[in-house]
Design a protein around this ligand. Structure first.
Ligand SMILES: C[S@@+](CC[C@H](N)C(=O)[O-])C[C@H]1O[C@@H](n2cnc3c(N)ncnc32)[C@H](O)[C@@H]1O
Length: 303
């Protein structure tokens, strides 16, 4: 949904833009090309992605900088930069590069070790979750992170067949655990299990709300925030944060006194979530589940 992203940022030419999930640097490059006087700070918790993006953005010289960082540190990072925050984009979840690298263990399509860490320096990997959580913990994780209908059956089967050592072992075990009709229809039966475990390994959902609130707080009036999410668990959080900011719910950190006066902080650029077109899905099937939301920071006291 590059067109929607660029459209949202088109009216703003200068200041600091943060690509909070810089990945391969595609969005970052397009923003730098469109917004000619902008500086772009790219963040990624995956050190490999950060290095790839830094390389890709090298030709922009001092207009681009990439940091290996998690986006829930965005407040500190923007404060340290010192420039006005004009725009920020969050393209949530996992990248195609991560999914397509078998040894990272993100995909049921390849054989690899059960890893799934976006940042390989972090201690918790998928093997630990799969081989140590009890049946109830696995069941709730599958339900909460992927709305998995057959969570209990899958969890039972994982516990019964441990230790599970590879992505293919896990994928096959899940395929056998679901009822036969579910095996034959739609996507691979292990897709949701892999998504749920990946979200748990990287603690993905918990980091979204603080990062979006820190960003909204720091946007200059007229500055814009864009979020692309890929499943209902992510989108529920984004929708709620945007709604609270548009309705005037206090967004100040709970440890500090309120400075926002609970007035509306943003206006929504689109009332409803935007989904990709049929052409976009044909060109990039992975974009099928994308949901676009965007908001603009209001001037203080002019809500
Ligand atoms: C969908 S990809 C982004 C692709 C990017 N927009 C591009 O144009 O190539 C998501 C990226 O966000 C990173 N990521 C996910 N959660 C993150 C977090 N909490 N902090 C920083 N980066 C994160 C992942 O490592 C991955 O590289």
């Amino acid at each position: 949904m590059l067109r929607e992203v660029l459209e949202a940022f088109r009216p703003i030419n200068d200041g600091l833009f943060v690509d909070a999930t810089v990945g391969g640097g595609g969005h970052a490059q397009a923003i730098l090309e469109q917004n000619a006087e902008a500086f772009l700070l790219g963040l990624d918790r995956d050190p490999h992605a950060a290095a790839v993006a830094a390389q890709r953005l090298q030709s922009f010289g001092t207009r681009a900088r990439v940091l290996h960082a998690r986006f829930d540190d965005i407040g500190k990072i923007v404060d340290a930069d010192g420039r006005d925050l004009s725009g920020a984009i969050f393209d949530l979840g996992v990248s195609s590069h991560q999914l397509d690298t078998p040894q990272r263990g993100f995909s049921y399509r390849f054989d690899g070790s059960l890893d799934m860490r976006m940042d390989p320096n972090e201690p918790l990997d998928a093997a630990t979750i799969v081989n140590t959580c009890n049946e109830d913990e696995l069941t709730s994780l599958l339900r909460a992170n992927a709305d998995e209908r057959f969570a209990r059956r899958i969890a039972k089967s994982i516990v019964a067949q441990r230790p599970v050592e590879s992505t293919q072992e896990l994928a096959e075990l899940v395929r056998e655990a679901v009822p036969a009709p579910a095996r034959r229809s739609g996507r691979h039966p292990a897709m949701r299990t892999f998504q749920a475990i990946r979200i748990a390994v990287n603690d993905e959902l918990r980091l979204i709300e603080p990062a979006l609130n820190q960003t909204i707080e720091r946007l200059r009036p007229g500055g814009r925030i864009v979020v692309l999410s890929y499943h209902s668990g992510e989108d529920r959080i984004v929708k709620q944060v945007f709604r609270d900011a548009a309705d005037g719910i206090c967004v100040c950190p709970s440890t500090l006194p309120c400075v926002c006066n609970s007035e509306p902080n943003v206006r929504l650029l689109r009332r409803k979530v935007v989904r990709p077109t049929v052409e976009e899905i044909e060109a990039n099937p992975r974009a099928a589940s994308a949901r676009f939301r965007a908001a603009e920071r209001l001037p203080v006291g002019e809500a």
